[in-house]
Design a protein. Structure first.
Length: 378
């Protein structure tokens, strides 16, 4: 097959999918780009206006939610490369008392931790942290009471509140999607001596030219946001009183900016070494890892065997092909509760970045958009 033939992409399936979702009122606005072999093969901009009343463009900002997590993880690995941080460092080194309350068992008993949670646990979501909204147990209730997810707090305050609570699992035993990357963001603050926004600017955003990626955006450039419980409870407040830079879900970005980040991940060498990127793109979950109850709700992004996925240092990684879930072995990705989605598929020399605000339809969009993209690889 010639190089030009390899680069061919039929965008009709993607355009048809967008039209179907817009007619069904499940997709109001969005920007996407698909690249193959480093070249754009499909670019789409659709929707009406931003919060400032302007027409949506490629430079419109979207809340990328958990697509923040890979950015934070790369920043942490840059500190590892510099010798300022180690994956084996105990979290309590940076957050005094973290893990000291032990683990709250299903019987209501508190067990001591068998080992300290580490920086590696934060990257793998095996630290014993959870999200307050992801369950109804006593731990989840306490997260809500203590307002650990609070945009009027600081990273130091959030970390201190979590340190005062017991863990939900023994460290290293269970993949429990939660606030691990938020704590990793605070670790970056402690190591660098900078607020997380300034640390990211120095470590990632500035060097890559991601000038439109920020925790506190100009609201006039942010795409309209549909009514949703997720908007009302999880989205940054985008107001002067916002003081929490959430390493787990706080960034806003644009498609051109995130493409710069994604291209760095596929090629390496710009920010961190190719060896470090290779380490990040390996499955690091223990072979006997258990999975928290919320994992099922992650849908096709759940990093377990039935999806052909594991979890690397900050994102899911494809370890096996699965019928109905297209993607090459070695693919890595993560998605956001806002509807934002990206993946990098080295086997097919493909990068896809899709930013939208469609939180209530995010799971169906993840599989619908993915199927449409791979249908174009004719």
């Amino acid at each position: 097959m010639t190089t030009s033939a390899k680069k061919r992409f039929d965008a009709a399936a993607v355009q048809k999918w967008i039209t179907k979702e817009r007619v069904a009122d499940r997709l109001q606005t969005g920007v996407l780009e698909i690249q193959r072999f480093g070249e754009a093969v499909c670019s789409e901009v659709f929707g009406e206006v931003t919060l400032g009343g302007e027409k949506v463009t490629r430079d419109t900002k979207y809340w990328i939610a958990s697509m923040t997590k890979p950015v934070i993880s790369v920043a942490a690995m840059k500190l590892v490369e510099q010798g300022d941080l180690s994956l084996t460092d105990a979290v309590r080194t940076f957050v005094p008392g973290f893990g000291a309350k032990g683990v709250l068992t299903s019987s209501g008993k508190l067990d001591s931790v068998r080992r300290d949670p580490t920086v590696l646990d934060l990257m793998l979501h095996t630290s014993g942290l959870t999200y307050g909204f992801s369950g109804t147990g006593p731990i989840h209730e306490q997260y809500q009471i203590d307002a650990v997810y609070n945009y009027r707090s600081t990273n130091a305050e959030v970390a201190s509140r979590l340190a005062r609570l017991p863990l939900i699992h023994q460290p290293g035993t269970t993949f429990e999607y939660g606030m691990s990357t938020d704590i990793l963001g605070y670790v970056i603050e402690v190591v660098t001596g900078l607020q997380l926004d300034d640390a990211l600017e120095e470590l990632i955003l500035g060097p890559l030219g991601m000038k439109d990626t920020t925790f506190l955006p100009d609201r006039s450039r942010v795409a309209q946001i549909p009514d949703s419980p997720i908007r009302d409870t999880l989205m940054p407040i985008m107001a002067p009183e916002q003081t929490w830079w959430s390493g787990g879900a706080g960034l806003f970005s644009t498609v051109p900016d995130y493409l710069r980040f994604a291209r760095m991940l596929i090629h390496g060498g710009e920010l961190i070494s190719t060896e470090t990127l290779a380490l990040m793109r390996q499955d690091h979950l223990p072979s006997d890892v258990a999975y928290g109850a919320y994992t099922e709700k992650l849908g096709i992004t759940a990093p377990w065997a039935k999806n052909g996925l594991g979890f690397g240092l900050g994102f899911a990684v494809r370890t096996a092909e699965r019928p109905g879930l297209p993607g090459g072995v070695g693919e890595f990705f993560w998605a956001g509760v806002s509807g934002a989605n990206f993946w990098v598929d080295p086997k097919n020399e493909l990068i896809a970045v899709f930013l939208t605000h469609a939180p209530d339809h995010r799971c169906e969009h993840r599989i619908g958009f993915r199927n449409a993209v791979y249908a174009g690889l004719t």
